[in-house]
Structure formats: C-alpha cells, structure tokens
Design a protein. Structure first.
Lengths: 294, 345
C-alpha cells in the first residue's frame, strides 16, 4: 500500500524539479542594447528582468531609470559585467566586437538580433525573445498582431490612393530646426514614409544636408519633421525660422506639417511603429483621415 | 630662475606614481572586487599556487580585461609622450606635437577609409577583417609621415621648416579626406568614426597588444640613447653638426620613431590627443630641458597620466564609459595652465 503515495510524491517532486530546472535555464538578469529591442522586451513583460539598457533605449519611459551601459556600439566589458547579467541582448549594431568577446568569455550569453526594417526580422526577433523570456505564445501573438496591423495599414493606404495620388514628402531630421538632414533612399525614415503611402522626394542615399534652394525646388506636398531637441510646436517654429525657403512650399502654405518621434528612426522596427504610421498616413491622405485614426 | 626638481627625485617620484597608477588600474573598475580577491587572483595569474576556486570571476576580470587594458594604457601613454619629446626636439619648438608631421592626420584618414569604406573591401579574408581598422590607421600614419619627410628634403638636406609646413598642409588635406568620408558615411559608421577620433582603451586584448608593446619597447629603448644628440640639437643644427652629431641621421630617426610609435598607438587605441603635447612640456617645466631626464621622465609621466585618465573614463559614468580623449584633455589642460601661470610669476 505504501508504493502508490511514494510514487505519487516522486512524480510530484520530479515535476516540480523539472519546472524549476526549466526556470533556472531562462536568463533572469538582462542587459538590453538597442532601442526597439528593449521596447519589445518590455512588451513581452520582461521589463522586470532588465538590469541595464543602452542610451538608445528610451521607451517605455521607465527604462530611463535603469543603469545606462552607454551607447550600443561603445559598450564597456567591465561596465556590462558589473551589472551581473545572465544575458546581453542587442542588434548586430552592438559592439565593439572585442568587448563582446570579453563579455562572452566571462560566461554571459550574448544574443544578437536583427535591426533590419523588415517584418520577417521582427517575427524572428520576437520568436527569439519569446524563447529567452519563456513567453513564446505571447511572442507569437504579438508578431501576428504586428503583421496584421501593418498589412491592414497597407490595404487602407491602397484604398486611399484610389481617391488621391501619393503625396510627395520630405522627412527633415534636425536639431532645434537648424540645418536639417533629409532622409534619403535606404534609410529607416524612407521606409516609414513609403509604408505610410508617401513618395519620398529625396533621391540621394542616407541622410544628407540640403541647401535651402534645393529644398524650395522640391516643393513637397507634406513635410514630416523629426526634432531631437524640441517638442512638436516649438520644433515646427524653429524649423520655419531657420529655413525660410520652406515657407514658400506647398506643404507650409497648406499647413501640412507632421512631427515624428526621432527615436522611431533608429534601431529597427519597434512596437510603437504602427500607431505612428497611422498618424503619418492620416496626414498624407486627409480624405481618408478618419479611417486611419482608428 | 625657478627652482627645479632634482632629476633623480623626479624619476623616483614618477616611478612610484606609475606603480600606484598600475595598482589602481588593476584594482578599480565598474565591477567591484574585494581588495583581497584582487590580490589573490593577481598572484594566481602570476602562476603562484594560491587556493581559490571562488576566484574565476576575479581572475577573468583581472587577466582578460584590466591587465591588457593597463598595459595598453601604459604603452600608448609612454609612446605618445616620447614622440612628443622627439617632435619638440626636432622642431626646437615646445608647441610641436606628434600630429605635426602628419602622422595623426594620416592615421585618421586610414581609419576613415577603413570604417566608411570597409564594405568596399568586400573580399577581405576573415582573418584580416578585425584588424582592418588598425592596419589602415597604421599604414595611413606611416605613409603620410613618409610623404611629409620626403617633401621636406632637398639636396640631401631635410629642411625642418619646410617639413613643418608640409605637415600642416597634409594635416589639412587629411582633414578634408576625413570630412569627405564622414559625408559619405551613414549614421552608424559616422558615430563609429566620431568615437574612434576620441580614442578609447576599451576592449583591449592581448592579440592587439603585442605589436604595440614591441613598437613601444623599441622606441623606449632607442630614443633615450639619442638624448645627447637631442641636447646638441637644441643649440641649432649647425652647432650640433660642429659637435659631431650626424644631424640628418638624427632627424630621420626622430621622424621614424614618431611615425612608428604614434602609428602603432593610434592603431591600437584611436586618436588620443594632448598627451604628446603636454607631457614633455610638464616634465621640462619641472626638471629643465636636459633630454637625458626629459625622455625617461616623459615616458613614465605619459603612462601615469594615461592610466589615471583611463580610471576616470571607466569609473565616472559606470557602467557606461567616457572616451578617454575627453578625459586626457579635461585633466591635463587645467593642470598645464596652472603650471604655466605659476612658472611665469
């Protein structure tokens, strides 16, 4: 008669131990280097695991209270190790490589993610993060939802384009308005504009400075501005003051200027992206604004 | 005449300071290790049979992170300071610094090519890829210096004034090249370039350390042997020639040592300004212009200033890190100004 309870106890003990072992394998203390990545970790409920973030991790606001390990490309081996992390997550932009080698040598897992502006990269990153956090289902749900949101937006943009042709847009990234850089082809900014249904008027590669005459000649329908120093209305005033050539453009005459959070432009696609894209699309297609506002 | 420090006192003091700096550099960091653990781990690294299975972490941090970093700091500081002495001696001008013969501009140009144009070298073998930046910086520094030296030569004579002007022109040209590459760079490479220009001892590893240590050792052994010749050169070129110094050969050696030393230092740690200009100056203010004292004292003082600057760089923002070029200037410049003002009154 003693057999059965003993076996039961053994079984229970085994189960408990195995789940404990599973939990022990998951990294508990995280350092995250990469803005979008830190946002995804938080979105997956892993914020409590974070013990340090890099300077590009600005969202959610609460991350700013964590110790900063510096800029993602200039990590310090001892600095990261002093936080006693189990895992360091970052994009392929993270470095320098000798420091990552030192961190690995100290027994810390270094997990690399993609910072490409592609939906597939987001899927893969979320799957990987889900595994590390033990939140696979949540990660799959997030990835599917994200894809649906962006696909849905694409469909709506297509529909809006039936009634109105794609507006010519310039994205100006500036610091307190002075000498803004124009987002050209191959930049994250260009990707954002195209996703929201705009035609990027700038044809150069990367972010470049334009003369005010060149700005005026392009005559954008809409100007999207992204300012690192000032908030929306102030940034707009500063931009117009520093660049009088813009005042003659159709965008300013028709008051079609939109502000964009500059942190969206670095470190891959983050969870706040779909909402911002909707705002942009709404500004690009005023007739369909109501549909984008949802 | 201002009272000077006895050469022997100065060297002894600097040696003690150097030991202190090395010790602090090994003992302090963002990871706080108990002093006793640091000691035991240090002894274990030296191969002494000290018990301690709990010391893995301490040994790793001491042996793989702090020790290479300390050696790198010492070597870079010493080489930069020695090159500064060589340049100030060659140009007989206390404002000369190693950048004057174009070595820094050349190295920066090489680095810009490597960082921004890295992808253009697409077919690099994997073995070379991690060293591309260092290699390009080194070759750039050496190449531009050789060109400046060549431009300063006429009829078998090196005209120092022409060389100086050629150096200024090449520095401007190098600046333009770096500017052009910054313009072509995307955001990410631009930041890498900016940080490289500020220098860092971060991520020092033994593989990168050996070439620099060999060069530093060579320069540190060779230059002090030429201390008398440098003293004679202080009197003027023809006077030195009358004293039996082979002036042309001396010039060649000085330029070569500087190019090699600064090239290797910059390749290992990026551009770290200020040390080469100010350390020799400081030493001369303290001990007078005799190169037999200035050379060894500058070697020690360069290493000491570098290690203290690095301590600040790694501790003040921990767990993040400041680029060391900012710190060397922040510590050194006010100190230098104080000495200048006191020296004048």
């Amino acid at each position: 008669m003693m057999r059965r309870p003993v076996a039961l106890i053994a079984l229970c003990a085994g189960l408990v131990l195995s789940t404990q072992a599973l939990a022990a394998e998951l990294p508990q203390r995280w350092v995250s280097a990469g803005g979008a990545l830190s946002e995804w970790v938080s979105a997956l409920g892993g914020e409590a695991h974070l013990v340090g973030v890099d300077t590009t991790s600005q969202h959610p606001e609460s991350l700013k209270a964590l110790p900063s390990v510096g800029y993602q490309r200039q990590l310090s081996a001892e600095g990261v190790l002093s936080l006693r992390p189990d895992v360091l997550v970052g994009t392929e932009e993270m470095g320098p490589p000798p420091v990552l080698a030192q961190i690995r040598k100290a027994g810390v897992r270094v997990e690399l993610f993609s910072s490409k502006a592609e939906l597939d990269a987001v899927d893969e990153n979320l799957r990987h993060l889900g595994q590390l956090l033990g939140a696979e289902q949540q990660a799959t749900a997030l990835a599917t939802g994200y894809r649906q949101q962006l696909d849905g937006l694409q469909a709506e943009v297509k529909q809006a384009q039936v009634g109105q042709k794609a507006p010519g847009v310039l994205l100006l990234v500036g610091h307190a308005g002075a000498k803004p850089l124009i987002a050209g082809q191959g930049t994250a900014g260009d990707w954002l504009l195209r996703q929201a249904g705009a035609r990027n008027l700038a044809e150069h590669q990367g972010y470049k400075n334009f003369s005010s005459e060149a700005l005026a000649a392009l005559d954008p329908d809409v100007v999207v501005f992204s300012d690192r120093a000032l908030a929306d209305e102030q940034a707009l005033q500063a931009l117009l003051k520093e660049n009088p050539a813009l005042a003659a453009s159709r965008a300013v005459r028709e008051q079609r200027l939109v502000s964009l959070d500059p942190t969206l432009l670095v470190g891959g696609l983050g969870p706040r992206l779909p909402a911002s894209l909707r705002t942009l699309a709404g500004a690009f297609y005023p007739a369909a604004k109501a549909s984008f506002a949802q | 005449m201002k009272q000077r420090v006895q050469p022997r006192t100065l060297i002894v003091c600097l040696s003690l300071l150097c030991l202190l700096a090395v010790w602090l550099s090994l003992a302090l960091g963002p990871v706080s290790l108990p002093l006793f653990d640091t000691l035991r781990a240090g002894l274990r690294l030296l191969g002494l049979p000290v018990a301690g299975d709990d010391l893995q972490q301490a040994e790793m941090i001491l042996g793989q992170i702090r020790l290479p970093r300390t050696l790198l700091g010492l070597a870079v500081g010493a080489v930069l300071a020695l090159s500064g002495v060589a340049m100030q001696g060659l140009f007989r001008n206390p404002l000369a610094d190693p950048g004057l013969v174009g070595v820094a501009a050349g190295a920066a140009m090489g680095a810009a090519v490597a960082i921004v144009g890295g992808s253009w070298f697409g077919g690099m073998p994997d073995v070379l890829a991690p060293y591309l930046l260092s290699l390009c910086a080194f070759i750039g520094g050496l190449g531009v210096t050789a060109l400046v030296y060549r431009l300063g030569r006429r009829d078998g004579q090196t005209n120092v004034a022409t060389m100086l002007l050629a150096g200024v022109a090449m520095t401007a040209l190098g600046g333009a090249a770096v500017g052009l590459f910054s313009y072509l760079a995307d955001d990410a490479t631009l930041r890498t370039l900016t940080f490289w220009n500020l220098g860092s001892l971060n991520g020092a590893s033994y593989e990168r350390l050996w070439p620099l240590l060999m060069v530093a050792g060579g320069v540190a052994l060779w230059l002090p042997r030429r201390a008398r010749a440098l003293n004679a050169l202080l009197l003027g070129e023809s006077e030195a020639r009358h004293l039996g110094i082979e002036v042309e050969r001396l010039k060649r050696e000085l330029v070569f040592c500087t190019a090699l030393g600064v090239g290797a230092a910059v390749a290992a740690a990026g551009l770290i300004g200020f040390i080469g200009l100010v350390v020799p100056h400081l030493v001369r203010l303290l001990a007078g212009p005799d190169h037999r004292v200035v050379l060894p004292a500058s070697l020690l003082a360069g290493g000491v200033l570098m290690l203290f600057a690095d301590l600040v760089a790694r501790l003040v923002l921990a767990p993040a890190e400041l680029p060391i070029g900012i710190v060397t200037a922040l510590i050194g410049a006010p100190f230098f100004l104080v000495l200048l003002i006191r020296g004048r009154s």
